[in-house]
Design a protein around this ligand. Structure first.
Ligand code: ADP
Ligand code: ZN
Ligand code: ZN
Length: 732
């Protein structure tokens, strides 16, 4: 048999299928092959009787990496689709479908030795066969009799291995290898599942979703309207019918909470998949899904590739979130992938959000998604009251700090009432930059076009793009002065200030710096849930999803921050962020308050967000986008060029741009816009960055994209990497 193999080479640009000879392999199996002078891994993606190459020259497959096909036929099909849609290399796509450490054989099932009694005799009978003075052996036998099979490591630690060996020799105990399952978030406090009676709005949502099992739905429910309960009920129904489900949340920080609720209801049939797990955990959870032990996959973006068969529902919570569009290689849209998988499996697709993306809401308005609305909070609980504070006024009154007087007052009231507060600031670190007051020198990363952030905990300057660290400056490298000014306040400093303002009050911080270790997200959130702290300060990690009943105050310290983005998504992102953050307040009995600090208090977007007026926002946004041909009235495609030699990037860009310009001449109605430029982030990780931006007519997309991708493949220079991004969420 001839097998078509994708050779798994990391750095190379080769995206070719090679023919190998072999017998008895299943398509989808990972195999070892000889490639050039090397031995490397590959994936069998097809089989055929004859090769177009000279068959006598074909090499034999060396062997299979696993005794099962790691990639199922329908995932291979998905891979082919993604490759076409996003201009990806086969090897990069296939990698998405397996736990990273399976490559290179770096992870296996964990097995350990277990000790048990080898006889069914009574304890007295066994003890009769041991010498009275063999105390260790007697104790060990008694222990096993009482406790049953026990791990050898425990037995050895307590009774010593000579006792164990002696008993084995006598044939009284035996040892065997058993597989140990590595479970993520093992200690997550899982309560008893309280199955609630659905409220009418929830029941209606569930009924609608289940009315057509292959439907595409958008659930627009305000924050606190009980969307999670809808998801859980749908999953319950689908699983009861013997089908499987995928439940996606946008961030790792949201997985512990969703996992807890799923485990409460579905126990061991839930498996978690995301990049924050240890390699062993990820492998074991993946295997449980693959072999059918678990039927429900939950996780961030990558869980959409869960190795499940017979999928009945794919649910995407907080569907508007930018993280669903991958912004590094391989780049893809999770919603599109989910739509394809749903189609393949005859499954339903349910997107949910309090602030749907303009794209999705437009799809709902135009019939591609069926809209379900839950416009009220549970028990008609009021949405929080939002106070907008004009920080320019505050400055004129002489308060230059990051806390307005209103926010201070509300904080004090909240703490006195014994409630909790969340403060949101999307800027981690201590302060945003370090600048020489004499000559204006600002510390920047050597490798990136990025200003360094000051971090106090370890007294370093850090690049938030590549992570490189530097010593804090004691004098200016340009003029020698020792006087520095620091930039905008970050989360670290906010915590420090709060501890000054409210001695004795416990403050927790959640941002990329405090969540680097495994399961730290869960630990911080659980501590806050248990009331071990009164204030939680955090970045966008705390913005969405979380449901803390004791939180009655939310402070948004810098409400305009995302308005300064230079792209068409600025307003949408700001609206979503503020509505979501505000939605964390007053979710239980007490009415919540939100203090929104801004320098542009009259900005439409902020006003609409303060009123949680999604429809108003959508109307105003769609009216801007239609005449200017921004998505959903076009698709934005960016081709990103990056390389260490600036001139090489420019040459490559110029050549391909010329071809695209020709293409545009031939198809003027397919392009609304085409231009080339430096990226706003000019250099990152030592590489220069340039881009070609296009706005394409949606109805011409399928026809014109292959031509554009062909241009990307033409006249390639080896020193320049080229990536295509459809609908990029971040145009830096
Ligand atoms: P959303 O995801 O829409 O923001 P949640 O799913 O977090 O809202 O629900 C908000 C709160 O309402 C949660 O505390 C949840 O436990 C509670 N809740 C949900 N459904 C019901 C119900 N049917 N009866 C009572 N409480 C409910
Ligand atoms: Zn200086
Ligand atoms: Zn850097």
């Amino acid at each position: 048999m001839i097998y078509s193999v994708i050779v798994d080479l990391s750095a190379s640009e080769v995206d070719r299928i090679f023919d190998y000879k072999g017998e008895g392999y299943t398509v989808g199996t990972r195999v070892l092959v000889n490639f050039g002078k090397r031995r490397t891994e590959g994936y069998i993606i097809g089989e055929k009787e004859t090769s177009d190459c000279d068959e006598s020259k074909l090499k034999e497959i060396v062997c299979a990496c696993e005794d099962f096909p790691a990639i199922s036929a329908d995932l291979l099909e998905l891979g082919a689709y993604m490759r076409r849609e996003y201009h990806l290399r086969w090897a990069d796509v296939l990698r998405l479908f397996i736990p990273a450490e399976m490559r290179g054989n770096r992870v296996h099932l964990l097995s350990k030795q277990q000790v048990s009694l080898a006889t069914d005799d009574s304890l007295d009978k066994i003890l009769e066969r041991l010498k009275p003075n063999a105390t260790m052996q007697r104790d060990l036998v008694a222990y096993l009799y009482l406790n049953g099979a026990t791990l050898a490591e425990k037995i050895n630690a307590e009774f010593g291995n000579s006792a164990l060996r002696a008993l084995k020799d006598k044939g009284l105990v035996r040892t065997e290898d058993i597989v140990i399952r590595r479970t993520p978030y093992k200690d997550l406090s899982v309560g008893k599942s309280e199955k609630r009676t659905l409220l009418p709005a929830q029941q209606n949502a569930v009924d609608t979703v289940l009315s057509d099992r292959t439907g595409r739905y958008l659930l627009h429910g305000v924050t606190g309207s009980g969307k999670t309960e809808v998801y859980l009920t749908v999953i319950e129904k689908i699983v009861a019918e013997g089908r499987t489900c995928i439940m996606l949340v946008p961030e790792i920080s949201l997985t512990p909470n969703m996992l807890r609720q799923l485990r409460e209801r579905f126990g061991d049939t839930v498996a978690l998949l995301h990049s924050g797990l240890s390699s062993g955990e990820r492998f074991d959870e993946w295997m449980r899904l693959k072999n059918g032990e678990a039927q429900i996959a939950v996780g961030a973006r990558s869980a959409v590739f869960a190795p499940l068969k017979n999928i009945g529902a794919i649910i995407i919570d907080e569907e508007h979130d930018g993280s669903y569009i991958s912004d590094f290689n391989p780049r893809y849209s999770t919603i599109d992938v989910a739509t394809y998988r749903a189609e393949q499996n005859g499954a339903l697709l349910l997107l949910g959000s309090a602030t749907p993306s303009v794209q999705s809401y437009y799809k709902a308005k135009t019939g591609a998604l069926r809209l379900i609305e839950m416009p009220e909070r549970i028990n008609k609980h009021p949405l929080p009251k939002v106070e907008i504070v004009d920080m320019a006024m505050e400055t004129r009154r002489g308060n230059r700090g990051i806390f307005s007087s209103v926010l201070r007052q509300r904080l004090t009231e909240t703490l006195e009432a014994g409630n909790q507060a969340m403060l949101f600031l999307n800027r981690r670190g201590y302060s945003s930059f370090m600048m020489c007051t004499k000559c204006g020198y600002v510390a920047k990363c050597e490798d990136c076009d990025i200003t360094l952030t000051v971090h106090r905990e370890d007294n370093r300057l850090k690049c938030h793009y590549c992570g490189k660290q530097y010593y804090v400056l004691d004098k200016c490298p340009q003029c020698g002065s020792a006087a520095f000014r620091q930039g905008k306040t970050g989360t670290q400093q906010v915590v420090e200030m709060l501890e000054h303002m409210y001695p004795g009050v416990k403050v927790l911080r959640m941002d990329a710096d405090t969540t680097q270790t495994k399961e730290s997200h869960g630990k911080i959130l659980e501590a806050f849930r248990r009331g071990e702290a009164q204030i939680l300060v955090g970045t966008q990690m705390i913005a969405k999803g979380h449901d803390f009943p004791k939180v009655t105050l939310v402070g948004i310290l810098d409400g305009d921050q995302s308005l300064y983005r230079q792209d068409y998504l600025a307003t949408e992102r700001t609206f979503q962020l503020i509505t979501q953050v505000a939605g964390r307040s007053g979710r239980d009995k007490d009415v919540g308050t939100v203090v929104l600090q801004t320098y542009t208090p009259t900005h439409d977007c902020l006003q609409l967000a303060a009123r949680q007026d999604y429809k108003g926002f959508y109307r105003s946004e769609i009216n801007i986008r239609k005449p200017s041909h921004f998505p959903p009235f076009s698709e934005i495609v960016r081709i990103l060029y990056s390389g260490e030699k600036e001139s090489e990037c420019i040459d490559q860009l110029t050549e391909q741009y010329a071809e695209l310009a020709e293409l545009k001449l031939k198809h003027p109605d397919a392009f609304y816009y085409l231009d080339k430029m430096r990226c706003p982030l000019k250099r990152a990780e030592k590489k220069f960055r340039f881009q070609i931006l296009m706005k394409l007519a949606v109805e011409r997309l399928s026809e014109i994209l292959p031509d554009i991708y062909a241009v990307c493949d033409s006249k390639r220079r080896s020193g320049v990497q080229i990536f295509v991004e459809r609908d990029p969420q971040n145009l830096s």
